[in-house]
Write a protein that binds this ligand. Structure first.
Ligand code: SAM
Ligand code: SF4
Ligand code: SF4
Length: 322
């Protein structure tokens, strides 16, 4: 097992399957920056064979969980074929905006996906379309969630709360999933990337959100490195991802790989570590393993804890994988 300079293991790999997306959420890929953006070309993107090799090489280092993300992972061709190539002893999950989920849910489950996190910022069409800068409808995402549940996937819903846009979603989204096994998690609006005009005045903290919900009771954390602070409200589980107000760098065990094959040791990093060149020189799993061991053992990232003290140009979340 490998540990970084703060004694944190590498347990969780987030794989960005594509930097493209079929939405333009204002807090992630604002249209004015991304409609004219130069997205990666096919040859620049790691193949499924290359990604599988990376995953295999991280298992001896302690990896036990893989999350497929992006951009929008369901836009990548044959994603189900990739899932079935991954070692099935891993906990395999996906984060998706849910637009294509109804179509793929059963195939994803058949391929070995266990869990899906679906982003849904509002249930009313006006707010949903304003936040996502999209013509899509929340009903499409809700149908995706239903299809995922029917296919046997365990489902979480992620709702980013941004002041002035969707404070009302705190109550509405929780209410919508009462009586189901869907876990709802609220996310504080984060200062990821350089294009989303982040302003701390637009952050609704977890504490503020909890004041909007009656009857919450804290739950003990499931495992070290869990990102959400968990609560129960009756039978319903509700979590808060409080990266701004309660940073959780202390036990952060997540690595990220961008679609073009760079390893990032923090969501707020300015640059990654090129693994693609190694792969394309026919490196073995042992060689990739050693390269990652060396990168991880020098890791000292704790951006959220030191927010304000660090001035770096941050990579975009849609590129690095959320
Ligand atoms: N497209 C997929 C989706 O939206 O679920 C996967 C990628 S997206 C970058 C992953 C997660 O990051 C989503 O739940 C999204 O809401 C969240 N996210 C993106 N930008 C954010 C920001 N500025 N603050 C907080 N969460 C953000
Ligand atoms: Fe796309 Fe997800 Fe970013 Fe929204 S949050 S723009 S759906 S990558
Ligand atoms: Fe992990 Fe970096 Fe986020 Fe801290 S800021 S929790 S080190 S990804």
């Amino acid at each position: 097992m490998v540990k970084d300079l703060r004694n944190r293991p590498l347990r969780d790999l987030r794989i960005s399957l594509t930097d493209r997306c079929n939405m333009r959420c204002r807090y992630c890929m604002p249209r004015e920056h991304f409609d004219s953006h130069q997205f990666l070309e096919k040859k620049e993107i790691l193949s499924y064979e290359e990604l599988t090799l990376i995953v295999q090489s991280l298992i001896p280092l302690g990896l036990n969980k893989v999350r497929l993300t992006g951009g929008e992972p369901l836009l990548r061709k044959d994603v189900c074929a990739f899932i079935s190539m991954l070692p099935q002893e891993l906990d395999i999950a996906m984060t998706t905006n849910g637009i294509l989920l109804e179509k793929y849910a059963q195939e994803l489950a058949n391929a070995g996906l266990k869990r899906v996190t679906v982003s849904l910022d509002a249930l009313d069409i006006e707010t949903f379309q304003a936040m996502g800068d999209t013509n899509e409808k929340p009903e499409t995402v809700l149908r995706g969630i239903e299809a995922a549940r029917k296919a046997g996937l365990s489902v979480k819903v992620n709702t980013v709360i941004r002041a002035g846009y969707n404070e009302h979603s705190v109550e509405k989204v929780a209410e919508r999933f009462v009586g189901s096994d869907v876990i709802v998690r609220y996310i504080e609006f984060m200062d990821v990337g350089e294009t989303n005009s982040w302003d701390d005045q637009e952050v609704i903290t977890g504490e503020m959100m909890r004041r909007m919900l009656d009857g919450l009771k804290p739950v003990v954390q499931n495992h070290v490195g869990e990102v959400a602070n968990r609560y129960k409200r009756g039978m319903q589980e509700i979590g808060f991802i409080e990266s701004i107000s309660k940073p959780f760098c202390g036990d952060c065990n997540r690595a990220r790989i961008s679609a073009d094959g760079s390893l990032y040791t923090c969501l707020f990093a300015s640059k990654g570590n090129d693994l693609k060149s190694l792969l394309r020189m026919n490196a073995t799993t042992e060689q990739i393993s050693e390269a990652v061991r060396s990168i991880w053992s020098k890791r000292d990232d704790a951006y959220s804890q030191n927010r304000g003290d660090i001035e770096t140009e941050k990579v975009e979340m849609s590129f690095i994988g959320g």
